[in-house]
Design a protein around this ligand. Structure first.
Ligand code: NZQ
Ligand code: ZN
Length: 386
């Protein structure tokens, strides 16, 4: 295990009815920019609970942050926040709204002489941000408890992340009952995204990080257990709670400690979203099985461990590792997320060439836990996902 330092200052309010805790977190008299998406929170009762908890504060609303939050949209929120002189940003939604809220909070605290686009990709130092609160409505990204944001600029075909402790949410509310109103597509997306976050950090090579391995295996096993329950009854509270906590813990920061990580599936996936508009989780379900086949020798030992401990497979390493890849693909399909480019009507040759060019442009030329996946390798991986 390598050396590490760990700190996560995010306070979590978990459980049914916890949205009311916003009132204990944001002082009366505050001026709050309330950021949300396309309106699901107005239909499932979350909005009313948030507004009730914000009684005594000035609330400035910004609605319409879409999936893969757009820089231009977020800049309109920044302008509104400046005009209204807000002192808190409260994001209520899925990863897109929460990531967008982090960007808004950072941009509102940025020296006006600096172009806010430089926040994305960490091209300018960030010294502060407005305080951020989150109400999570879609378990998937873990954005509610981490300091990452992923922002898209369609005009330049960029989907890039930024990371900075200044945008750690001060608190998040995780009420699992919000899962009841998720459309099936978003339920499947969340199950896949949380799964792949875990494997990006765990499924590399043996690194003698035993607690982290078993935490990852616990998250993966829990996701495979709750998925069929939720597919049958999306309102099952125990399954909702365990799903929400799994997705959070996958990205909370404990799984990666002391280890070298992969993240190549996400790098390729972001380019597929920019090029074809696929949902984030769809890109992961397409890329991961192909990437595992392409890097099979390097990942064999960990694939075998994963196959035995998560899927209860038996046999020699080679056979178990292959069967583990098949089981993973079948799991993605079982939650309704297709795993081949052709399922989405995408020509693999064109996609492979497009991803290669984008990775070169974004200087992502040495991906994976061994930093040995070149854009040409990634081209082959995308081709393998036909
Ligand atoms: O906009 P509304 O009307 O709220 O509808 C949303 C949206 O259409 C809907 N939804 C969310 N909660 C709902 C609900 N509908 C009914 N009931 C609810 N309770 O779901 C749709 C998708 O929402 P979105 O926020 O886009 O999904 P997700 O949470 O999957 O976030 C995806 C974004 O997060 C980024 C992705 O790249 C993508 O941009 N990621 C962020 C990460 C991070 N910050 O650490 C890591 C991830 O790997 C990922 O890259
Ligand atoms: Zn993800």
């Amino acid at each position: 295990m390598k050396n590490f330092s760990f700190h996560n200052p995010n306070r979590i309010h978990f459980g049914q009815g916890q949205i009311a805790q916003i009132g204990t977190e944001i002082a009366a008299g505050s001026r709050v920019l309330l950021v949300y998406g396309g309106g699901s929170i107005k239909r499932n009762g979350v909005y009313d609970q948030v507004i009730a908890a914000l009684a005594g504060r000035t609330v400035v609303e910004f609605a319409g942050v879409g999936a893969n939050p757009e820089f231009d949209t977020l800049m309109r929120a920044v302008a509104l926040g400046k005009e209204k002189q807000v002192d808190w940003v409260l994001g209520v939604g899925g990863g897109s709204v929460l990531d967008g809220s982090k960007f808004i909070a950072a941009a509102l605290a940025l020296d006006p002489a600096i172009d806010p686009w430089l926040i994305v990709g960490n091209k300018t130092p960030l010294h502060s941000a407005l305080p951020i609160g989150c109400v999570l409505t879609l378990p998937a990204t873990g954005s509610e408890s981490n300091f990452t944001g992923v922002i898209t600029r369609r005009e330049t075909q960029d989907k890039l992340s930024f990371k900075n402790p200044a945008v750690f949410p001060r608190f998040c509310v995780m009420d699992p009952t919000v899962i009841s109103s998720l459309p099936p597509r978003q339920l499947g997306n969340g199950l896949v995204d949380a799964f792949v976050h875990t494997t990006e950090q765990y499924l590399t090579f043996p690194q003698e990080a035993r607690v982290q391995d078993r935490l990852a295996e616990g998250i993966l096993s829990t996701l495979t257990e709750v998925a069929p329950v939720l597919l049958k009854d999306q309102a099952d509270y125990d399954a909702q709670a365990n799903f929400m906590w799994s997705a959070n813990q996958a990205m909370f920061g404990l799984v990666p400690l002391g280890q070298t990580l992969d993240w190549a599936t996400h790098a390729i996936g972001h380019e597929l979203t920019v090029l074809y508009g696929l949902d984030h989780a769809q890109t992961l379900a397409v890329t991961l099985p192909s990437l595992w086949r392409y890097t099979f020798d390097a990942k064999r030992a960990k694939l075998a461990q994963y196959g035995r401990r998560v899927w209860n497979l038996n046999g020699d390493d080679e056979a178990v590792a292959h069967a583990a890849i098949d089981a993973t693909r079948a799991y993605f399909e079982s939650v309704g997320v297709k795993t081949r480019l052709t399922d989405y009507g995408i020509d693999a040759e064109a996609a492979a060439a497009g991803v290669e060019a984008q990775l070169i442009r974004h200087k992502r030329i040495a991906l994976g836990e061994h930093a040995d996946l070149t854009p040409a390798d990634c081209r082959a991986i995308v081709l393998g996902a036909a």
